[in-house]
Ligand binder design. Structure first.
Ligand code: AKB
Length: 344
């Protein structure tokens, strides 16, 4: 089988690094990476070509590449986007629009549907208050689509742009011979937790930050209240979901935007898990009104039956397995290595 050419934007971010490593291990892909940052150390030798710089300016050069699949991961996350709204809009919306137009153009010109994988987020939801959130419980894709944040609004709008370029681009779907359109597929991710990288700029970051701090014996002041609940997922499950959705035959997909769920827990429960593994961890709660408000607008949990029915989604890690089989074994190795290095 011939090699497929894949573009991964935001390749040096948390999802990007894990995705490049997984695709490279699978084999059969020519991986082109793009990021504002130079190629991360962890990706050396895995990326066939790295394009560094602002996506909005760089997108022209991608018109010359024969991409089969695009994973557009570059984004300004929810907390950062609230302090630099215009920049967030430029990265999250203009960058996505430019790439979608390029993928639509190539699909049409070469009669080949470019697959466009887009990480959306639970931030696309917006519940009016903590009480409404609690009452709503588990939400489906088409409920509560009233995001409170710039990032959430950007993600929801880009889902719509993806659908537009896939189905209606210029209303040419009504032509007697409609053109080939791109193949847009999006996942609304919950908060993600990697044992290898720490997030920055997001609002679900308190989960991974708390666990990484506990593992390193550093005190941590959590920026949301103990009872705050949202859904989380192990990074390997997030990568598995992206690859499963990429592989799913188009005919089996009736939707373009999918929730995926793994486990949902409160910040207080996170602290209990952290203390079980690291009994001397010092974790306190010092809520920030703005970040608390953001998480209060996100659902407690999401209904992922569409993903389960249409592309057989099922997470490998519930909360017990997440700690026992992924996070704790990996994090212990990681920080042991760091402390051994600091003794050298
Ligand atoms: C964020 O907190 O902004 C992200 C997300 C939930 O999309 N991790």
């Amino acid at each position: 089988m011939s090699e497929k050419t894949v573009l991964i934007t935001g390749a040096c971010g948390e999802i990007g690094q894990a995705l490049v490593q997984n695709l490279a291990a699978r084999g059969g892909y020519r991986i082109v990476t793009a990021d504002l940052a130079p190629l991360a150390e962890s990706l050396r030798g895995l990326s066939a070509e790295h394009i560094q710089g602002d996506l909005v300016n760089k997108v022209k050069i991608f018109y010359d590449y024969d991409f089969d699949v695009i994973f557009h991961l570059a984004a300004s996350l929810s907390s950062k986007a609230e302090v630099a709204t215009e920049e967030a809009h430029r990265i999250n919306v203009e960058g996505t629009m430019q790439l979608l137009m390029m993928a639509a153009y190539r699909s049409e010109k070469y009669h080949k549907r470019v697959k466009f994988l887009f990480p959306s987020s639970i931030a696309a939801y917006g519940l009016p208050s903590a009480e409404a959130k609690h009452a709503a419980g588990t939400v489906a894709e088409d409920q509560w689509n009233h995001p409170h944040t710039m990032y959430g609004a950007n993600k929801l709008y880009c889902e719509k742009l993806g659908e537009y370029y896939s189905c209606y681009n210029g209303q040419r779907h009504l032509d007697p011979n409609p053109p080939t359109m791109l193949d847009f597929r999006a996942i609304r991710f919950p908060g993600l937790i990697s044992a290898f990288t720490v997030p920055s700029g997001g609002t679900s970051d308190y989960g991974p930050e708390m666990l990484h701090a506990a593992a390193q014996g550093k005190p941590y002041a959590c920026f949301v209240r103990e009872e705050t609940k949202i859904s989380f997922m192990a990074m390997p499950d997030a990568i598995k979901a992206l690859l499963m959705l990429m592989d799913a035959p188009r005919e089996s997909l009736k939707h373009m935007v999918f929730n995926i769920a793994a486990f949902s827990l409160t910040a207080g429960e996170f602290r209990e898990w952290a203390l079980r593994a690291f009994p001397s961890a010092q974790i306190t709660f010092e809520p920030s009104a703005r970040r608390q408000g953001i998480v209060d607008s996100w659902p407690e949990d999401v209904d992922d039956h569409l993903a389960r029915a249409e592309w057989n989604w099922k997470p490998d890690y519930d909360v017990q397995r997440f700690f026992d089989e992924y996070f704790l074994p990996e994090i212990r190795k990681r920080y042991q290595r760091v402390s051994l290095r600091s003794m050298e």
